[in-house]
Write a protein that binds this ligand. Structure first.
Ligand code: TGC
Ligand code: FAD
Length: 390
C-alpha cells in the first residue's frame, strides 16, 4: 500500500491539469499518512475516528466544489472526483464522511439556503469545525423517499418536526442534520436541525459488517421545535434532495475506482510474491486473467468518470448519466474486490490486506445513494420513457 503509485494504463493523466495532479497527490499523501496506517484497526473495532473530521477540513476534502467565498475549495468536478477516489482508496467509510459533508450537507445549504444560512454553516462545515448529516431515508421508505412520513407543522413562530430517519451516515456525531420532511400540504422541504434541540436524538446503529469505520445512526424527532429561519427556502419537492444525490452519486462513481485500484494493486503484488507449485501465482493464466480483467474494468471506469466530470463542469450531466456511472463503477469495484479476495487465498479474509474490508464496504456503497437496481430502472426510464419503479 505504501508504494501505491496509481493505476493509469491508458495515460488518463494526460486528461488532467497540473492542478488536478497536485490535488490528487496531496490527498494521496494525506490518506497514506492519516488513514491507511490506522484504518484496519478502526474498522475491526467499529470505531469512527472523529478527529479525522478536522483533518479532512484542513486538507480541503469538505466541499471542494463549493465556492471559496463560503469556505469551499472552488474546484471543478474532476478535482472533486479525484479527491473522492483517493479517500475511498483508503476506505469507503472515510469517503462517506467526506461526501455526505460536501455533497449532502454543504451542497443543499449552498444551493437552497438563505445567505444567512450559508454564512452561518458553510465555513464551519468546510473547515471541519462542524460535522453534518443528511436525513432522507426512513425505516419504511428507502428506495421510495417520496412516501416519507417525517413531517412538520407551522406553529406560527416555529415549525414542529416529528418522525424518524434511518441509516444516516455521520448522524451519531453530527452537529447538524439536513432533514427532508413534508409540510401540511405534503410538500417536501429541507430543514436544518441542530444537535441540542429538544426532542432530537441520534441513536447509533451497531453491529454493521460494512462501513465499520463510519458512524451510522438514526435521526429521531419528537416534537422538535425548529426555528423558521432553519427552513431551506430555495427549493422544495423531491427534486431538491435528488439534486443533492446527483452530486454525491457522482463522487461515488470516482470513489469506487479508488477502492478497486487498492484491491487491484494489492492483488498484483500478492500474486507476484506468493509462491505455489514453485512459481509465483502471477505466472498462472487464471490469475493473469483476473488481473487483466481488473485493469480493463478500472480503465473503462476511469474514462467514464472523467467524461462525466467534464459533463458536470459543463452543466450537461443528467441524473441518468450519473446513474450509469455510479451503477457501473460500484459494481465493477465490488467484482474486483471479490476477485482480488480469491487471488489472496485465505490471506484475503484477514485484516493483513485491505480486500475484505473494501468488499464489505462496497456492499453498502452498491445499496446507498440508490441501489444497483434503482439505477438500472432510472436508465430504463431514460431509454423507454416508462418509469418501472412505480
Ligand atoms: P420522480 O417522480 O422521478 O421525481 C420527483 C420530482 O423530482 C424531480 N427530479 C429531479 N429534480 C432535480 N434533480 C434531479 N436529479 C431530479 N430527479 C427527479 C422530478 O422532475 C419530479 O419533479 P416534480 O416537479 O414533477 O415533482 O420521483 P419518484 O418518486 O418516482 O422516485 C424516483 C426514484 C425512485 C428514482 C428516486 O426516488 C430515487 O432515486 N430513489 C433512490 C433513493 C436514494 O437514492 N436514496 C439515497 C438516500 S441518501 C444516501 O444514501 C446517502 S449515503 C451517503 C454516504 O454515506 O456516502
Ligand atoms: P429498499 O428500498 O427496501 O430496497 C430493498 C430491495 O428492493 C433492493 O434490492 C431494491 O433495489 C429493491 N427495490 C426497491 N424498490 C424497487 C422497485 N421499484 N423495483 C425493483 N426493485 C426494487 N440514507 C440517507 O438518507 N442518508 C444517509 O446518510 C445514508 N447513509 C447510509 C449508510 C449506510 C451504511 C447504508 C446501508 C444506507 C444509508 N442510507 C442513507 C440509506 C440508503 O440510501 C438506503 O439503504 C437505500 O436507498 C435503499 O433503501 P432500503 O435500504 O430501504 O432498501
Amino acid at each position: 500500500q505504501d508504494q501505491f503509485e496509481g493505476v493509469d494504463f491508458y495515460q488518463i493523466d494526460d486528461l488532467l491539469t497540473e492542478e488536478h495532479k497536485l490535488i490528487r497527490s496531496s490527498i494521496r499523501d494525506f490518506v497514506k499518512r492519516e488513514i491507511s496506517p490506522y484504518i484496519e484497526d478502526w474498522a475491526q473495532r467499529a470505531h469512527f475516528p472523529y478527529e479525522i473530521v478536522k483533518k479532512f477540513g484542513d486538507v480541503g476534502a469538505f466541499g471542494p466544489q463549493i465556492p471559496e467565498t463560503y469556505g469551499g475549495g472552488g474546484l471543478d468536478y474532476i478535482a472533486y472526483g479525484l479527491i473522492m477516489q483517493e479517500i475511498e482508496r483508503g476506505d469507503s467509510g472515510m469517503r462517506s464522511t467526506a461526501s455526505v459533508q460536501g455533497s449532502l450537507v454543504m451542497y443543499p445549504i449552498y444551493k437552497f439556503g438563505s445567505e444567512a444560512q450559508k454564512k452561518k454553516y458553510l465555513p464551519k462545515l468546510a473547515s471541519g469545525e462542524m460535522l453534518g448529516c443528511f436525513g432522507l431515508t426512513e425505516p419504511d421508505h428507502g428506495s421510495n423517499p417520496s412516501g416519507m412520513k417525517t413531517n412538520f407543522r407551522d406553529m406560527g413562530d416555529h415549525y414542529l418536526l416529528n418522525g424518524a430517519k434511518m441509516w444516516i451516515s455521520n448522524s451519531p456525531k453530527a452537529d447538524i442534520a439536513v432533514v427532508w420532511a413534508k409540510n401540511e400540504d405534503g410538500r417536501i422541504h429541507g430543514l436544518i436541525v441542530e444537535r441540542g434541540m429538544e426532542g432530537f436524538s441520534t441513536p447509533e446503529t451497531h453491529n454493521k459488517w460494512s462501513l465499520r469505520a463510519s458512524a451510522t445512526g438514526e435521526l429521531v424527532f419528537d416534537n422538535v421545535k425548529v426555528p423558521k429561519e432553519n427552513l431551506l427556502p430555495g427549493k422544495s419537492g423531491l427534486g431538491a434532495p435528488l439534486m443533492c444525490l446527483d452530486s454525491a452519486r457522482y463522487g461515488i462513481a470516482w470513489g469506487a475506482i479508488g477502492a478497486a485500484m487498492d484491491c487491484f494493486d494489492s492483488a498484483r503484488r500478492y500474486a507476484l510474491e506468493r509462491i505455489q507449485f514453485d512459481k509465483p501465482i502471477a505466472s498462472f493464466q487464471l490469475v493473469q486473467k483476473k488481473l487483466s480483467e481488473m485493469l480493463t474494468e478500472i480503465t473503462k471506469a476511469q474514462l467514464l468518470a472523467w467524461k462525466l466530470g467534464k459533463m458536470m463542469d459543463e452543466g450537461k450531466a443528467t441524473t441518468s448519466h450519473i446513474s450509469l456511472a455510479k451503477r457501473n463503477n460500484v459494481a465493477m469495484a465490488l467484482e474486483i474486490a471479490r476477485e482480488a479476495r480469491q487471488i489472496h487465498g485465505g490471506m484475503g479474509i484477514t485484516g493483513e490486506y485491505p480486500i475484505m474490508r473494501h468488499m464489505m464496504n462496497l456492499e453498502s456503497v452498491i445499496t446507498y445513494e440508490g441501489t444497483h437496481d434503482i439505477h438500472l430502472l432510472i436508465l430504463g426510464h431514460e431509454i423507454t420513457g416508462i418509469p418501472a419503479f412505480k
